[in-house]
Design a protein around this ligand. Structure first.
Ligand code: ZN
Length: 128
């Protein structure tokens, strides 16, 4: 397994990129940094919209960017976020096959697997 970036460094990248969030409505800036197996780090921020439900979370912008850059689900070692991932992003983290998720929750730093974040999850292959 190739890991060139520590969890602490990945979370620091998420902290740094959060300042680039577009969050004029909530003023809640979130950053996410995703580590791929090849050592590349892809960052994302939340992007809000005047039509509130159209806003996108930092986790989803990071993974969307990573996919657009050529990564595929299963390529990801870790994702670090400046806030606990929402329910929808937990489904994304599971789909992307990331091994572990590091996030800030109040004054704590929490590390969990996607299965721990979303137990008994939806899986289209298990609907039979
Ligand atoms: Zn989310």
């Amino acid at each position: 397994m190739s890991e060139f970036v520590s969890d602490d460094e990945l979370l620091a990248r998420a902290d740094a990129v959060a300042s680039r969030a577009y969050a004029p409505y909530s003023n809640f800036h979130v950053g996410c940094a995703v580590l791929a197996r090849d050592g590349r780090v892809v960052e994302g921020v939340n992007v809000e919209n005047a039509a509130y439900p159209l806003g996108v979370c930092a986790e989803r912008t990071a993974f969307s960017r990573a996919i657009a850059e050529g990564h595929r689900p299963g390529d990801f070692v870790a994702a670090a976020s400046t806030a606990p991932p929402c329910g929808g992003c937990r489904q994304w983290l599971l789909e992307m096959g990331v091994e572990r998720v590091i996030f800030r929750n109040g004054g704590r730093v929490v590390t969990m697997s996607p299965d721990e974040l979303l137990p008994e999850s939806f899986d289209a292959s298990s609907l039979a």
